[in-house]
Design a protein around this ligand. Structure first.
Ligand code: HEC
Ligand code: HEC
Ligand code: HEC
Ligand code: HEC
Length: 312
């Protein structure tokens, strides 16, 4: 029988290989997505505990017994003796009382430490405590993140800002990638922050992507699910994961997550030295919520550190 009489053109070896490899890859990917959903259903994170309403924060209570009576007395004395501050570099334009209110609610209240953690309480303008200088760097970082990334999110998300409490959550020292999330992912797993976003985790239609790449995508997606306390469809159209754009119901969470990946990358590149060389995770801020506990409501953050500021 000659070739011409055949109804279908013969397959050469390359095409055969591509067909077989392609089907294997497609089936593997489908199975792993199914398995992923299945695992997700089994190990959903517990619902976050309800926390008293705060005038300043989403889901965070800055109260506690971290402030010593002698520090509060020293604060009153300092306010009475110095109506204007003597040594501010960032919080310019505020009087001493306004600065002190911010310190109580967001700085001492965000880390749950006494004023003496950063100050000589006999002179709040004194610069001898290294934690004061560290905190200035932290303020500038918070302002940068709000201005450069959080400001891109539409108001429908809530209009929240990053504050000290958003990362610190009532602790001066903490793990940015704690066991809560480590236990659910391979132990040395970190967000792939050396890649470019959007695009760094795309696997669909890229023939050269290995199974390792698929696994990395899955770990990252799982990291996001747990960190935000949401399922895959919070960000994705479940019928077609590569899809982008506003979903039914209004928002474009996949786009928001892309900006957040860019923000995490920026934190890692620019600020890990002041964060004790730790790398950020989505959990660091979100802790199982779509809006992080300790994010401040619109208008609560000093202008100069907010989403609407220009660089100080
Ligand atoms: C985690 C560190 C930290 C803690 C805790 C803290 N502060 Fe501050 N405080 C700062 C920094 C940083 C500045 C300087 C801000 C600037 O340069 O704009 C400052 C400035 C001040 C000033 C202005 C002093 C001046 O005259 O220049 C006052 C007043 C003040 N803090 C009061 C307090 C009080 C009261 C508390 C406790 C309720 C407190 N702070 C807790 C870091 C801290
Ligand atoms: C993007 C996350 C993030 C934000 C926002 C943030 N911090 Fe931090 N901060 C960290 C990390 C991570 C460390 C290192 C923690 C450790 O050493 O365990 C740290 C360390 C510190 C330290 C040193 C603690 C010590 O004892 O060594 C101080 C002081 C501090 N932050 C103050 C602040 C203040 C004040 C704000 C708000 C203006 C703030 N931080 C906002 C992530 C953040
Ligand atoms: C918080 C939002 C968010 C959640 C939740 C989330 N994803 Fe994603 N996903 C993204 C983003 C953003 C990208 C694109 C990343 C990039 O640009 O590289 C992505 C990419 C993907 C891709 C690659 C798509 C492509 O174009 O090749 C797959 C597959 C995927 N996600 C599956 C899942 C699955 C399965 C879950 C649930 C277990 C999930 N995602 C949960 C935000 C999310
Ligand atoms: C430094 C703190 C911080 C980190 C780290 C962070 N986020 Fe966020 N994220 C926020 C804040 C604050 C908001 C709420 C902003 C608002 O109300 O506009 C937010 C909002 C979001 C939203 C919007 C939710 C909605 O309803 O549309 C998504 C999606 C999101 N983050 C995903 C992520 C992902 C994915 C990561 C990790 C790659 C991440 N975030 C890391 C602070 C953070």
């Amino acid at each position: 029988m000659s070739q011409q009489q055949n109804a279908f053109p013969p397959l050469n070896d390359d095409t055969k290989f591509n067909l077989v490899a392609g089907s294997v890859a497609a089936v593997t990917m489908l199975l792993s997505i199914v398995a992923f959903w299945w695992i997700w259903l089994i190990v959903q994170p517990p619902a976050p505990k309800p926390i008293p309403e705060s005038a300043v924060y989403n889901n965070y209570d800055p109260a506690g017994n971290h402030l010593k009576p002698e520090s509060l007395a020293a604060m009153q004395k300092y306010i009475t003796e110095n109506e204007q501050p003597k040594n501010v570099q960032i919080l310019k334009g505020w009087n001493t009382k306004q600065i002190s209110n911010y310190m109580v609610a967001q700085v001492a209240g965000g880390l749950k430490v006494d004023c003496s953690y950063c100050h000589n309480i006999n002179n709040f303008a004194d610069e001898s405590n290294p934690n004061k200088a560290k905190s200035r760097a932290m303020m500038l970082m918070s302002g940068d993140l709000n201005r450069s990334f959080v400001s891109k999110l539409p108001v429908s998300v809530g209009g929240y800002n990053i504050t000290c409490a958003t990362c610190h959550n009532g602790k001066p020292k903490f793990e940015t990638y704690p066991t809560e999330i480590q236990n659910t992912l391979p132990n040395d797993y970190r967000l792939p922050l050396e890649r470019e976003y959007p695009g760094g985790l795309v696997i669909t239609g890229v023939k050269t992507k290995s199974l390792d790449e698929v696994e990395l995508n899955q770990n990252t997606m799982y990291h996001m699910n747990l960190s935000l306390g949401q399922g895959c469809t919070f960000c994705h159209n479940a019928r077609y994961f590569p899809a982008t754009g506003v979903k039914e119901g209004g928002r474009d969470q996949k786009q928001h997550a892309t900006w957040m990946l860019q923000m995490s990358k920026h934190i890692n590149n620019s600020y890990s030295p002041i964060m004790a060389n730790q790398t950020p995770s989505c959990w660091m801020c979100h802790q199982g919520n779509s809006v992080p506990p300790g994010a401040a409501k619109a208008g609560q953050v000093p202008d100069v550190l907010s989403t609407t500021s220009s660089a100080p």
